[in-house]
Design a protein around this ligand. Structure first.
Ligand code: SAH
Ligand code: SF4
Length: 354
């Protein structure tokens, strides 16, 4: 018996290659992928413009996976958190965020995260495993299936659980499917990858795919950043910003720098001035994210006055600096609050299975 390969992990190029091994014409790849991504097919039997024999042949060799939605929680502000159960019993979350006239989906790239940032709840639990390309893609498929108007989902951000550049190959493959004409057909300008700063991978990303880059900077000197984000000991601020300078930006595009404002840690006007100076050689925009507290954290969100002063210092220096009051705080869906909560539940069920 064959192990069927999951078609949701294959880009068009890979599928063409795979079909070629069976002697099937390359144009079939686009035909199959359009059924899956544009018409929402989950079985070959739905693909009525393919002969019955060929459909049966394909179904014996290729699987079309989907994610099991375990829970959907809606926040007072209209954002929605989806909890998905993976085949091995692990869980991941995606957050659907309402914007004016459209939706943005924040997706996960790993179960947990191994980067260990001190202020981040996802980071606290450590890394469980990387997601497969299909598991990344299926978050988008599941949410689109759930929307009354699927085309209103226009933007994708890799800002959920995990460090996308630490799962490089699967993430790049997913981006290809997300932006492909025979795939999910998102414009690369509406896809944003956020990283804690794996500098060498930023250099790889630019030539590989055309997406927006966001960088979680969060501090303006190496001492503070070392303490907050251990990855900084490997790729300190200078190295990170040089990689950003090399990142190929289309005209009029910018790199988004995210800066979590934490009281007494990185929130003084002096920090804001240093931030402005650091980013001067770059085409940069800044997102200020007031720290989202959670149970058990020693960090605090700055007072409103300090947040506004920080923003003003940047704006006086001609930066676009937007304060991002996270959506979904009431359902634990805000930035940095995602967590595979069912870890404990999974362990318990494993115990009862014995
Ligand atoms: N691992 C990637 C993608 C996750 S994005 C990255 O770190 O960029 C998660 C964003 O939320 C990052 O910008 C991070 O700095 C921010 N964040 C993490 N914990 C937070 C918290 N408790 N409050 C506010 N923002 C937080
Ligand atoms: Fe991982 Fe990003 Fe959280 Fe850091 S901020 S632990 S890189 S998810």
């Amino acid at each position: 018996m064959f192990v069927r390969q999951d078609i949701k992990s294959l880009s068009e190029e890979h599928l063409i290659h795979r079909l070629g091994q069976y002697g099937i014409a390359p144009y079939r790849a686009g035909q199959i992928l359009r059924w899956i991504y544009q018409r929402g097919a989950y079985s070959f039997s739905e693909m009525t413009d393919i002969s019955k024999d060929l459909r049966r042949f394909l179904a014996e060799r290729l699987a079309i996976s989907r994610l099991e939605t375990e829970q959907i929680q809606t926040s007072n502000d209209g954002s929605r958190k989806y909890l998905f159960r993976l085949d091995d019993g692990q869980h991941i979350e995606s957050v659907l965020i309402p914007e004016t006239g459209h939706w943005t989906l924040c997706i996960s790239s790993q179960v947990g995260c191994g980067m260990g940032c001190k202020f981040c709840l996802t980071g606290r639990g450590g890394l469980e495993r990387n997601l497969e390309t299909s598991e990344i893609i299926n978050q988008i498929c599941a949410v689109r299936d759930d929307l009354q108007e699927p085309s209103s989902l226009t933007n994708i951000v890799f800002m959920g659980m995990g460090e996308p550049l630490a799962n490089y190959n699967s993430v790049v493959q997913a981006i290809r499917i997300i932006t492909d004409n025979n795939g999910l057909q998102f414009s690369g300008r509406r896809v944003t990858l956020s990283t804690a700063g794996l500098a060498p991978r930023i250099d790889d990303l630019g030539p590989d795919v055309k997406v927006n880059l966001a960088v979680s900077l969060n501090a303006t000197d190496n001492d503070t950043r070392n303490k907050l984000m251990p990855i900084n000991r490997t790729y300190p601020i200078e190295m990170l910003l040089s990689a950003c300078r090399r990142f190929p930006l289309p005209s009029r595009r910018t790199i988004m720098f995210e800066y979590v404002l934490i009281a007494g840690v990185n929130d003084t006007p002096g920090d804001a001035e240093r931030l402005a100076r650091l980013l001067r050689p770059l085409r940069a925009k800044i997102n200020l994210i007031p720290f989202n507290p959670y149970e058990g954290t020693e960090f605090r969100r700055p007072e409103e006055g300090a947040i506004l002063t920080f923003q003003k210092v940047l704006m006086d220096r001609h930066y676009t600096a937007i304060i991002r009051y996270s959506k979904g705080c009431d359902i634990g869906a805000a930035c940095g609050q995602l967590r595979a909560r069912s870890k404990l539940k999974a362990q318990q069920s494993r115990l009862t299975e014995r």
